[in-house]
Design a protein around this ligand. Sequence first.
Ligand code: ADP
Length: 257
Amino acid sequence: MTSSIQPPIIRVQDLVKRYGDFEAVKGISFEVKEGEIFGLLGPNGAGKSTTLEIMETLRTKTSGQVMVGGYSIDTDAAAIKSIIGVQLQASGFYPGLSLLELMDLFNGLYNERADALSLLRLVNLEDKARSRYKSLSGGQKQRFSIATTLINRPRIVFLDEPTTGLDPQARRNLWELIRRIREEGTTIILTTHYMDEAEILCDRVAIIDEGRIIAIDDPSAMIDALLQSGFTRQQAVKAASLEDVFIHLTGHDIRED
Ligand code: ADP
């Protein structure tokens, strides 16, 4: 799928962001390959959203270089906006409008004519097309916001904590959706606090702490490296988790209708 000869679709070099005297991002560098699901992990306040919003051209940097899809954020922000999909927070949607009305609104804003129904079908919300946004469950709202990121047929989709607050079934459903979008060739950059999510979903992750990248690799290589360093868990590891028990007992079906 990705070739080593291809230039990276995103290149961040020595990125610094200061808010007044406080340095939130302290000179980070990384690359994202086309077609990857790339995760930015880290505790609260690590600088994930700041980094994401700078790549999205929504926030200014203090210094460093950021290239997105071959364009510089300094000189080509408009071109970048045309090739990326950005997820709005729930507050960005008029609650009283139906999903079709909201899609129409976004089509107008992007000057696009995306087929709203087929996008709703992709995110499993076709039967909710005429329902109001405010009547959706948490998982449905997240899926709808992902559908709106696809209106301009973006090459890159940015998702900021896409599964926060969802129950295990809805999270799994969203992981499947994110994989489906990637299968169409779209690159996905997401932030998450959930390590199981990153391990299952991401091809590569960068762990950010206090504004610095402290590790970057594919999740399985990171785990192998830790084990090779002699690490063992204090508790005996069972071959299943409580979450496995929960899903086994309650099933994969989503409960939002
Ligand atoms: P994360 O997404 O990893 O939780 P953020 O990028 O939101 O981290 O924030 C990184 C740091 O920068 C935090 O300490 C946060 O308080 C600070 N910060 C974020 N936005 C602003 C702002 N507009 N003004 C001042 N400080 C900010």
